[in-house]
Design a protein around this ligand. Structure first.
Ligand code: GLN
Length: 487
């Protein structure tokens, strides 16, 4: 329990670094040794940047000695492999980008480097972030550190598993329809999807541009706030970023131990059809929140059941357009055919896996003339109604709270060949994505050996309230102090 260096929170590690009790190189080496010990069973990483990481740790030690270190300096962090890293392979877990080495850093990666963070490696994901289990990676599946027979969730399954297993102190993931929150819930870590526009998408390989956001996966809520502060804020490279400066959250959070006069809403639609273990953990969490002074009332978000069909029209539509660039001409895989069309068909037919091809076909279909009005336009209307549901709810309450997923982690291979049951895993994360709201999963107990996620959803741009409630809950509940028995 928090005795090993690789198990520290960012804050504790920083305190030890500042007092000179450990060095950044030692911390980095402890994480690299942990990777050697457990990676064969977890398989969270597609690539480990050992030499680069040790070199960055050495530089971090110099900054620390010179008294020029910010809160992330010397902290080992893992990066989802759909974020561009200059000079390091960025594959999106796809054959198509297997050999791609980006010439630039994503803005979030550049900001972490500037902050002196130590980038440990690139984590596994479902190909192009399309999936909920990390089994759609073209390379291999990642295993849940709490039970190796189970999936870690997805698509940021590698990032969530790495943090849970002690293979990084924190990680970046991306969330289009739930890909930070759902794996965080399945792996018993904290995961924050920021408001749309809060964090730059520049250098995040696009899946569905009106939904994609980058965010942190961590061991506690203050760590998530620290990472958010480092990566958030305006970016001239992404016109959808807010012009509000990055919020300063972590320092006030660390001193907060009360919920104040928060009113919580439980969406009735989010508590139907839950697994019994999830249901029990959820109501225990609500009891604790009420003891902490936040009364919860049930309310309705009436269009919730249309979120899944609307998302699976909008996201594939945007994906089909974003993925059109992989033509084998400028970069990525190129398979030669008899003529241009044949080369295109071979490159895209063999370069993309079956789930990505399914999305491209679905997306192209719903955008095609004659079907656009029936599907795409209709889905956009539903999106507006979902947004309005949330607006109405936030007139009554300050925050919404529900489970992150209806079930705990499912077994490997259980849903791999069944797209509809795979899509169901995001039932409770899709609505906030469609509405562009900040949402967070924190460890909310266990059902048997597997963690249960508790989700907080806030009004747009109000990460502060989401983080405050999540922090007070988690410090009182203490679930973040549990570690899987690995290695
Ligand atoms: N699982 C959802 C999908 O497959 C969400 C993925 C994500 O958020 N990147 O689209």
């Amino acid at each position: 329990m928090e005795s090993e260096l690789y198990d520290l929170s960012i804050r504790l590690a920083r305190a030890l670094l500042d007092r000179g009790e450990i060095s950044a190189v030692e911390l980095c080496q402890a994480v690299l040794d942990r990777i050697v010990a457990v990676e064969n069973s977890v398989r969270a990483y597609l690539a480990i940047a050992e030499q680069e990481a040790l070199a960055q740790a050495g530089l971090a030690d110099e900054r620390i000695r010179a008294g020029q270190a910010g809160p992330l300096c010397g902290i080992p962090i893992a990066i989802k492999d759909n974020l561009c890293t200059r000079g390091l392979h960025t594959t999106c877990a796809s054959r198509l980008l297997e050999d791609f080495v980006p010439p630039y850093d994503a803005t979030v990666v550049a900001r972490l480097r500037q902050a002196g963070a130590v980038l440990i490696g690139k984590t596994n994901l479902d190909e192009f972030a399309m999936g909920s289990s990390t089994e759609h990676s073209a390379f291999f599946a990642t295993h849940n550190p709490w039970s190796l027979r189970h999936v870690p969730g997805g698509s940021s399954g590698g990032s969530a598993a790495a943090v849970a297993a002690g293979e990084a102190l924190a990680a970046l993931g991306s969330d289009t329809g739930g890909s930070i929150r759902q794996p965080a819930g399945f792996c018993g870590v904290v995961g924050l999807r920021p408001s749309y526009g809060r964090v730059s998408r520049y250098g995040l390989i696009a899946f569905a541009s009106s939904l994609d956001q980058v965010g942190p996966l961590c061991r506690d809520v203050v760590d998530a706030a620290l990472l958010l502060e480092a990566i958030a804020g305006p970016d001239p490279h992404d016109a959808t970023t807010t012009d509000q400066a990055a919020p300063s959250l972590a320092s006030t959070l660390a001193q907060t131990d009360a919920l104040g006069s928060l009113r919580l809403g439980i969406p009735r639609e989010y508590i139907e059809g839950l697994d019994p273990g999830v249901e029990r953990a959820f109501w225990d969490a609500i009891d604790l929140l009420e003891q902490l002074g936040a009364p919860a009332v049930e309310l309705s978000l009436p269009h919730t059941r249309y979120a899944l069909p609307a998302y699976y029209i909008i996201a594939p539509a945007e994906a089909s357009s974003n993925l059109a660039r992989y033509d084998g001409v400028r970069y990525g895989l190129r398979l030669e055919g008899q003529d241009l069309w044949d080369s295109l068909a071979k490159t895209r037919g063999q370069g993309f896996g079956s789930e990505v091809r399914r999305r491209i076909m679905l997306g192209t279909y719903v955008l095609s003339s004659g079907y656009y009005d029936a599907y795409y336009r209709q889905a956009q209307r539903v999106r507006t109604l979902i947004r309005a549901d949330f607006q109405a709810a936030f007139e009554q309450v300050n925050l919404l709270v529900g489970p992150t997923s209806p079930t705990t982690a499912f077994a490997l291979d259980e849903r791999r060949e069944d797209p509809l049951s795979m899509y169901q895993a995001d039932l409770l994360t899709l609505p906030a994505s469609l509405a562009g709201l900040p949402a967070m999963s924190v460890p909310g107990g266990f059902a048997g050996e597997l963690p249960v996620g508790l989700q907080f959803i806030g009004p747009a741009m109000d990460e502060a309230t989401v983080l405050r409630a999540a922090h007070v809950y988690l410090e009182a509940a203490g679930w973040q102090r549990h570690r899987p028995a690995l290695g």
